[in-house]
Design a protein around this ligand. Structure first.
Ligand code: TRP
Length: 370
């Protein structure tokens, strides 16, 4: 069993209020129960920017959860958010290669293209057209106040804010609303996005009215907060490619061992699980725990006074064992880009059908079908 840890409630300096996080946690628990009763009530939309390879933070934080939702019978839609790549950088990068890599990661992790829909939003014109009426429903100052927009602007290191970065929460609302998803698995920092999406759905209803049958055009989605504890990089700071502290799904067992050999530990030879006073050691134990299913305390106990060396070997073996079948599938999938692209093409076709239908409803509501 993966250790289920309470999501950390952010302190006062966080942009998202404690009350709204607590409410979202409670709501997520209720939804989890409802999924067990009737998974067919839910459609999940989630996605990733193709800016690099997926790492263990993505895998344990969201990808594994998506596969579980799919396997519990929830209709799962996965977005390759390619337009979002250009919100905060100059070019698209090696986009084709990255999209193929993302597709391989998804399928190797257990996303089943027969049951789930994988698509790229750049290939779904009607989704993007929804952005026009949606932009009429938000104010410039609301967008400037969005905590995620602010954080991403800061991360670009003093670059000027582009129009797309400022408005990307509206685009993200279109990603969710076009397919009438009612569940969006996110981290706590993304809660303001879901709130804005709900506002856009309500405001559309109030301002432009309903579809031809008198029903609201858009469903108001809920956030589904992950129960998985946050994973840090091998140096105990945020896992991110630029810090060289990530373990990618696509790495070989040897590359994984090499990265973990350099992992940060501390001078106490007795290994204990204590996330507050020993963040680096505890993060490595958590990684071993997520990969092996054993409790971190049990793993620590077994290592005892074996020190950092034994800890690193334990984590390396746990991760490499857990990922071996995924990596083998991934290697096979990467050899067959035509197959990967055919999966994307089928998903894009399905997304376009849905988007065309929704856009027509929106235009009807607005009296713009002549
Ligand atoms: N913002 C997400 C990321 O950074 C990707 C994304 C785009 C997304 N649109 C979305 C996630 C809609 C959930 C719902 O990876």
């Amino acid at each position: 069993m993966t250790p289920v840890q309470e999501p950390v409630i952010p302190e006062g300096d966080s942009q998202v209020s404690t009350a709204s996080v607590r409410k979202a946690i409670e709501r997520s628990r209720e939804i989890e129960e409802q999924i067990d009763i009737d998974p067919s009530r839910f459609r999940v939309l989630t996605g990733d920017r193709p800016t690099g390879k997926l790492h263990l933070g993505h895998y344990f934080g969201t990808l594994k959860g998506r596969v579980e939702l799919q396997n519990r019978g929830v209709d799962t839609w996965i977005l390759v958010a390619d337009y979002q790549v250009i919100t905060d950088r100059d070019g698209v990068g090696p986009i084709r290669e990255r999209v193929l890599g993302l597709l391989a990661d998804y399928l190797a992790a257990g996303i089943d293209p027969e049951r789930s829909t994988i698509f790229a939003h750049s290939a779904v014109p009607a989704l993007n057209q929804l952005m026009i009426p949606f932009l009429s429903l938000v104010t410039e100052s609301e967008l400037h106040r969005n905590p995620t927009v602010k954080a991403e602007l800061q991360a670009t290191g003093g670059r000027a804010m582009t129009g797309l970065l400022l408005t990307y929460p509206v685009h993200q609302a279109a990603d969710i609303l076009f397919c009438k998803a009612n569940l969006v698995p996110v981290g706590q920092d993304q809660l303001p996005h879901i709130e804005l999406t709900r506002q856009i759905a309500s405001r559309f209803d109030r301002r432009y009215g309903r579809d031809a049958e008198g029903k609201p055009v858009f469903r108001r989605p809920d956030a589904l907060l992950s129960k998985a504890p946050a994973i840090l990089g091998t140096d105990g700071t945020k896992m991110s490619k630029s810090r060289g502290n990530t373990i990618e799904l696509a790495m070989t067992a040897d590359e994984t061992a090499k990265i973990l050999k350099k992992a940060k530990t501390d001078s106490d030879r007795v290994i204990t699980f204590d996330p507050v006073t020993r963040p680096e050691v505890s993060n490595l134990l958590l990684l071993a725990s997520m990969a092996s299913g054993e409790e971190p305390e049990v793993i620590a106990e077994r290592i005892g006074d074996g020190g950092g060396g034994v800890l690193k070997k334990t984590v390396t073996d746990a991760i490499n064992d857990h990922l071996a079948p995924l990596r083998a599938r991934r290697t096979e999938l990467e050899k067959d880009p035509a197959y990967l692209l055919s999966v994307l093409e089928a998903g894009v076709a399905k997304a376009n059908e849905e988007a065309d239908r929704t856009l027509l409803q929106a235009r009807e509501a607005m009296g713009m079908v002549y």
